[in-house]
Design a protein around this ligand. Structure first.
Ligand code: CDP
Ligand code: MG
Length: 770
């Protein structure tokens, strides 16, 4: 394939931009004092060359002056790494206060924390730290804390006024993840309540009465927006109050009222890489917007003449062609998930090994959300001279992480997204086209340090048909998890919650119904105790949290814990297409004829056994031996390591809420019964043609080839994941007895219907009644 055949050149995006010195990208390694000094110099030089640098004083001033500020700046302008440092130096961490920065993705939180720690010459976990689900690297001296947006929501459960924080920066706001959207509403409320508490202090100082707020209530004043607060507080007084206020604990008075005394105001900064500031500003009561002047070099865009039948193959060929034909510069390939990235990684290695002697080398580095944090930093490491770095990334590299050195972007135009149909209650992962805004962000990655090229693996006509912007996640996701969190935060009126983009009423009602079905809500719609309270404490999707709770009474909580940990990671096995036979043989050692859940339990047990044998893989030899074990069994070592981390963490939570860990031993029927009792909404029955019909939605589904149940024909199954590709595939499947359904979920299934569907002489596959 020639470019000439495949692509037509388009006009450069924006030719009117200036040059910027690219300096860094190397990882931190033990270096001599001289090298360390040089590196420090380089870091300083790079910091000073970032577009945000010249706005330093202005930004500190604006945050002082405004309770809420919107900061807009192109990817790579220095928002994420620099603004928290400016505010730290600008006095926002006095009296032990913390600057919190939320990220939609764990990788970004970890990699940016590490970068900022290096810039400030401290260790990660000391002054600069991060907190993501299942991993916390902070300490009592942490002042700049990067975290996922979901983690800050969880923190609000324990600290409803987020008192530790002087500033919360919601980064990557344009991504509009479901957690970011909920945070918007929550932070707005917290800011108002904290400002009220200052009003109380102010009145006290002026001889006025304390302001009383009933615990959990939002007072009239606190419903005011940012503008109103501004009106109530002259700027100088407000700034002064911030500087001098000393936090005192809340007083609980005998009459049940709560005194919120002298909390400093919460500063909110919303940062976005796209220009749609108006929506944010309107939502935050006309908040001020600051624009950071960006720098972007021209990027030549290429489209295919014809639609690509196989985007992965097209991406592979294009990558190799760029490598052979184009000038030096790193390549960034956007793929949709871990599995795709890992298979592309193997394909590239295979192809490279066939290159003739003397061809320049390629260094392939993957980056995706579930990559263990110690492996994430490789992406920032510069390739040796004469070697081209090829980064295989999910849309994480679109705006979240800025990787230096990229000159070529390969964009198949797709992204993996969660899609939820509130009518059927079915949530599925699907690979869908990106929006125009995303396509622009992706191509922009090629032009940060010099002119670049972007190869879009779709036609120009297809580009014009893309949506302009991405629909916020809250409008297309299952809301059960956030509704449970809102309830746990004491926000009972979820329908009335101040969302920036309101989810449909139907989606909210469905999630309330779902939580009620799981027993998390009472008849009055309040969080039930202990079930709802315990579910909210576990950092798991409500369905999995409930499964964990149920497993105690089924005496199989050890097995459920292992299964839940394994279900939290992607691709346990890797399956090279040319080694299918070997893979299936290797899988036999673990696979259970009952299904994937028990198979996963077996894999995790075997892995833990192996770890015990060789000890924690600290030294090189042990690491190698573990990797060997993984290779022999076609097991994805990365995924398993992460599953083990998750296992340890959830175990801690379970013990924390006082639940027992019990094993069902060899008797897996109680575990399968527990799976049926937990996931009965995802039950499916066999059809005459070998496909399955999901009982709740009536949808026809097929068992995914990666399942150990593929090719088998059990009468009835439960499953955990629905994937839309050319078919509706189900993954993570376990065989159950159909009669367990009416027994364990009598409100959903009746024995008569089940018997009509499953008795051997039954002809009918009539839909079941709900
Ligand atoms: O947030 P924004 O996209 O505006 O920029 P940033 O993430 O703060 O990145 C600023 C600069 O730091 C870029 O030049 C990155 O290449 C560099 N950086 C880095 O070298 N290593 C990291 N782990 C993060 C950022
Ligand atoms: Mg950023």
């Amino acid at each position: 394939m020639q470019f000439g055949d495949h692509f037509k050149a388009m006009k450069p995006l924006d030719p009117s931009v200036k040059s910027e010195a690219c300096v860094l990208g190397q990882k931190r390694k033990k270096s001599t004092p001289k090298e360390a000094a040089v590196r420090k110099c380089l870091i300083l030089e790079q910091k000073c060359s970032l577009p945000i640098f010249s706005a330093r004083e202005k930004l500190i001033h604006q945050v002082n002056q405004n309770n809420t500020l919107i900061v807009i700046g192109e990817t790579g302008s220095g928002k994420t790494t620099q603004l928290p440092q400016f505010l730290y130096a600008g006095g926002f961490c006095k009296a032990g206060k913390i600057i919190g920065i939320t990220q939609p993705r764990r990788v970004a939180a970890v990699s940016v924390a590490s970068r900022v720690a290096e810039e400030m010459d401290v260790e990660v976990g000391k002054e600069v730290g991060f907190s993501i689900r299942f991993e916390d690297a902070t300490s009592s001296i942490t002042r700049i804390k990067y975290m996922t947006d979901g983690m800050l929501l969880r923190e609000a459960l324990l600290d409803p006024l987020l008192k530790k924080y002087s500033v919360v920066i919601v980064d990557e706001a344009h991504e509009r993840t479901i957690h970011t959207d909920v945070l918007f509403g929550l932070l707005k409320g917290i800011q108002a309540r904290r400002s009220n508490s200052i009003e109380g202090k102010f009145r006290e100082e002026n001889g006025a009465e304390w302001k009383k707020t009933k615990r959990g209530d939002v007072t009239e004043d606190s419903k005011r927006n940012g503008n109103d607060q501004k009106a109530a507080w002259p700027h100088n007084q407000k700034a002064n109050m911030f500087e001098t206020s000393i936090e005192k604990e809340k007083d609980h008075h005998a009459n049940g009222f709560l005194m919120e005394k002298s909390l400093s105001p919460l500063k909110i900064v919303i940062m976005s890489a796209t220009l749609d500031a108006q929506g944010f500003s309107d939502y935050f009561g006309g908040a001020k917007v600051v624009y950071i002047q960006g720098r972007q070099f021209p990027v030549e865009i290429y489209y295919t003449y014809m639609p690509e039948a196989d985007y992965l193959d097209a991406a592979l060929i294009t990558t190799l062609q760029v490598h052979i034909e184009e000038d030096p510069g790193d390549v960034l390939v956007f793929l949709t998930g871990q599995e795709e990235i890992e298979s592309m990684e193997r394909l590239l290695h295979d192809r490279i090994s066939c290159f003739p002697e003397g061809t320049a080398k390629i260094m392939v580095v993957p980056i995706f959300a579930a990559l263990p944090s110690d492996q994430q930093m490789k992406v920032f490491k510069a390739a040796p001279v004469g070697t081209r770095k090829v980064i295989l990334a999910t849309n994480i590299a679109e705006t979240s992480v800025t990787i230096p050195g990229i000159r070529y972007v390969i964009d198949p135009g797709l992204v993996k997204a969660r899609m939820y149909n509130p009518r059927t209650g079915v949530e599925a992962l699907a690979i869908v086209p990106i929006s125009k805004a995303q396509a622009l962000q992706r191509s922009g990655r090629a032009g940060r340090e010099g002119p670049g090229k972007c190869f879009r693996l779709y036609t120009e006509e297809a580009f014009h048909k893309l949506d302009d912007v991405t629909v916020p996640e809250i409008r297309r996701c299952n809301l059960s998890s956030v509704v449970l969190q809102l309830k746990a935060l004491g926000i009972d009126d979820v329908l009335g919650f101040d969302f920036m983009d309101k989810p449909s009423r139907m989606a909210i009602v469905k999630s309330l119904e779902h939580l009620y079905t799981l027993g998390a809500l009472t008849d009055e719609g309040k969080l039930s105790n202990p079930v709802g309270v315990q579910m909210a404490r576990l950092p798991l999707e409500p369905l999995f949290a409930k499964a964990m709770l149920m497993s105690v009474s089924f005496k199989c909580s050890e097995e459920m814990l292992a299964a839940v940990a394994m279900l939290s990671v992607e691709s346990i096995f890797f399956t090279p297409q040319d080694k299918l036979k070997e893979v299936n043989l290797a899988k036999l050692r673990f696979s259970s004829s009952e299904g994937d859940h028990i198979t996963y339990v077996n894999v995790l047990c075997a892995y833990m056994g192996e770890l015990k044998k060789i000890g924690e893989p600290q030294d090189k030899k042990a690491k190698k031996s573990l990797q060997n074990w993984c290779n022999i069994h076609f097991i994805n070592g990365r995924s398993l390591k992460r599953a083990l981390d998750i296992h340890r963490q959830i175990q801690g939570y379970i013990q924390g809420i006082g639940l027992e860990l019990l094993s069902c031993g060899e008797d897996y029927s109680s575990f399968r019964r527990c799976l049926a009792a937990s996931f009965f909404l995802n039950a499916a029955c066999k059809q005459p043609d070998g496909t399955f019909r999901a009982l709740a939605s009536g949808q026809i589904v097929s068992i995914h080839p990666s399942s150990v149940m593929f090719g088998k024909k059990p009468d009835c199954i439960i499953f955990n994941e629905l994937v839309h590709t050319n078919k509706h595939y189900i993954r993570n499947v376990t065989r159950i007895d159909p009669l367990w359904l009416p027994e364990l979920a009598p409100r959903f299934y009746c024995t008569k219907d089940i018997q009509t569907n499953f008795l051997p002489d039954s002809q009918g596959q009539k839909p079941l009644q709900d």
